[in-house]
Design a protein. Structure first.
Length: 191
C-alpha cells in the first residue's frame, strides 16, 4: 500500500484549504492509499534565517516534518493564494525541510524519490491556481521535486463544500479524483 502525506498550506481556523486537504485525504483513502493527514500547526517553525540555522541548527520541527516527507511516496499539498503566490507558512516549511540533511543523505532528500500533487481553494474565481504555479516553481526548480501535471483548483471555496466536507460541484470533484488517482499511480510506480 502506497503511503501519501496530505497537508494544507494554511492553519487558519475554518481554512478552505484544510477542507480541501481533508477531501483529498478521503479520496486518496478510497484509492487504497495509506494516508497521513497532518497540520503544519504541529510543526511550528521560525522564519528561515541562515544565521539562525548556523547558530542554533535545524529546528526539531523541521527534522520531524522532513522525516514525514521521507516516510511517504506521495505528498498532496492544498495551498491558498496570497497575493498571487503561496503562503509564507508553506514557503517557510518548504525552505526549512530543504535545509535538513541527515548523515549519508544527498541534499534535498525530502524532495527526491517521491511525487507531489497540488490543490488550492479560494473564494476568488481562480480557485488559488496562481499559488499552485508558485508552489510548483519552488518544488520543481528550487527543490528538484517531481510534481504531477494534474491539480485541483476550487473557486468560490466559501460555498464549494457540503457540510460533510465533500465538494458540491461534480466537475471539481472529478478534478480532485483525477489528481488523486494520478498521484497514487505515480507514487506506486516509484516503489
Amino acid at each position: 500500500m502506497v503511503r501519501i502525506l496530505v497537508f494544507s498550506g494554511s492553519v487558519r481556523s475554518g481554512s478552505f484549504n484544510a477542507r480541501l486537504a481533508a477531501a483529498a485525504a478521503a479520496e486518496l483513502a478510497r484509492l487504497d492509499a495509506d494516508v497521513s493527514l497532518i497540520s503544519l500547526a504541529d510543526y511550528s517553525l521560525p522564519l528561515y534565517d541562515g544565521d539562525l540555522e548556523a547558530n542554533e541548527g535545524i529546528p526539531d520541527a523541521a527534522m520531524k516534518l522532513k522525516r514525514q516527507f521521507c516516510a511517504h511516496r506521495g505528498i498532496f499539498i492544498a495551498g491558498p493564494e496570497y497575493n498571487a503566490g503561496m503562503t509564507p507558512l508553506l514557503k517557510n516549511a518548504i525552505d526549512w525541510v530543504s535545509r535538513v540533511k541527515e548523515a549519508g543523505e544527498k541534499p534535498l532528500a525530502a524532495y527526491h524519490g517521491r511525487v507531489f500533487a497540488l490543490g488550492s481553494a479560494s473564494p476568488g474565481g481562480y480557485g488559488g491556481f496562481r499559488s499552485q504555479m508558485a508552489t510548483r516553481q519552488v518544488l520543481e526548480i528550487g527543490c528538484g521535486a517531481l510534481v504531477i501535471p494534474e491539480s485541483c483548483a476550487v473557486a468560490a471555496a466559501h460555498q464549494a463544500f457540503e457540510e460533510d466536507g465533500n465538494l458540491k460541484d461534480e466537475r471539481t470533484r472529478a478534478l480532485l479524483a483525477a489528481c488523486c488517482a494520478s498521484l497514487v499511480d505515480k507514487a506506486r510506480s516509484l516503489t
